[in-house]
Design a protein around this ligand. Structure first.
Ligand SMILES: [Zn+2]
Length: 75
């Protein structure tokens, strides 16, 4: 669930492809959303802030966070 005004975590290399026009500002970006939409991370974050209702549909979401390993193995 995206947090309004929160920052996206798109560190995974799958977000970086060739330059294509951003669907929001129309200038080239190598970034892709999880759905393969060319979009700047900053544009996606601005869109989430401006569209809190649509944001809940999951158009732009952060990468899944790795599970914390420190919580295991201490039993
Ligand atoms: Zn853009």
């Amino acid at each position: 669930m995206p947090v309004p005004g929160g920052l996206l975590d798109w560190r995974d290399s799958s977000h970086f492809r060739w330059d294509a026009p951003c669907t929001l500002c129309r200038t080239p970006t190598p970034l892709r959303s999880h759905a393969g939409e060319p979009v700047h991370k900053a544009c996606a974050e601005a869109w989430l802030a401006d569209h809190p209702v649509e944001a809940r549909l999951g158009r732009f979401v952060s990468d899944p966070q790795p599970k914390r390993r420190d919580d295991n193995g201490h039993a």
